[in-house]
Design a protein around this ligand. Structure first.
Ligand SMILES: [Zn+2]
Length: 281
């Protein structure tokens, strides 16, 4: 069994939270819907928040009907069903069709913990003296010039120029999306399930403790360096996911124009699922 708890916080009070999650006794999954500037179009009347919510719903449904299935297969099925859910109303062939990054863990009846990461969500597991930390950096290996322009210190201080640079980055990334040699996300191609990073561990050989983060939450470690993964897990254990997100927002309030920590979004939707697993949980 898994025992996970979650905290989620939208990056802006004026926009829907595009992170979504589901927790079942043997599944924890989080998806981060990708934001793109509305004027670039996505062929969809629903948007990334709907995409992420629908996707995790179908992942949960697939797991309930096939509890022993691999996470990659659950994700592939969920991508297919989500695409079908809006193929009648939307242009699912649009290059900007809504997408999401994903992380999940499942626990099978034989005590195997299986994990999956697709895109810049992160899975962290306490493995005794070492930590298992999995994130998929294929996106950051594309569109280098466009990303550097967005991350230039102080770039966000000129809103018009900053918006132009973000447009250029989004269009450059679309050319690499769900292509061999590029990067993979959940969108309309079920093949993305097979392209995920995935693995398994016998639940009792890992420290039986871990977490799933969207990139808006993992940045407290991998961008701001406020915590190591180890101390982040300790905060999650002792004070909970809400406390970790509270510390994250304090750091971001101190760096409103992204000068100290150049980043595409000054504040992003942030979600952290933290928990334990084992046969006796
Ligand atoms: Zn749609």
């Amino acid at each position: 069994m898994l025992e996970f708890r979650v905290a989620t916080d939208p990056g802006s009070p004026d926009k829907p939270n595009e992170d979504a999650f589901a927790i079942l006794p043997t599944l924890a999954v989080v998806a981060d819907g990708a934001t793109s500037p509305p004027h670039l179009g996505d062929g969809c009347i629903h948007g990334p928040a709907w995409y992420a919510q629908t996707l995790v719903g179908f992942v949960a449904a697939a797991h309930l009907s096939r509890p022993a299935a691999e996470p990659a297969d659950l994700l592939a099925e969920a991508i297919e069903r989500t695409t079908q859910a809006h193929s009648g109303s939307c242009d699912v062939g649009h290059p900007g069709s809504p997408s999401a990054t994903v992380a999940m863990v499942t626990m099978s009846p034989d005590g195997i913990l299986r994990w999956l990461v697709l895109g810049d969500c992160t899975f962290v597991a306490d493995a005794g003296p070492d930590l298992l930390v999995v994130s998929d950096d294929r996106l950051s290996n594309t569109s280098h010039a466009e990303r550097a322009a967005v991350k230039e210190p102080g770039a966000a201080s000129d809103p018009v120029e900053y918006a132009r640079r973000i447009d250029a980055l989004v269009l450059a990334q679309r050319a690499h999306r769900n292509r061999p040699g590029g990067f993979w996300v959940a969108s309309t191609d079920p093949q993305a399930g097979c392209e995920s990073l995935a693995g398994s561990v016998a639940a009792d050989t890992v420290g039986r403790r871990g977490a799933l983060f969207t990139d808006g939450a993992s940045r407290i470690v991998d961008l701001y360096g406020i915590h190591s993964w180890s101390t982040a897990l300790k905060v999650l254990d002792s004070a909970g996911s809400s406390e970790l997100l509270r510390q994250l927002r304090i750091a971001e309030t101190r760096d409103q124009v992204a000068n100290s920590f150049p980043r595409v979004k000054v504040r992003d939707d942030a979600t952290a699922l933290a928990g334990h697993w084992g046969k006796d949980v």
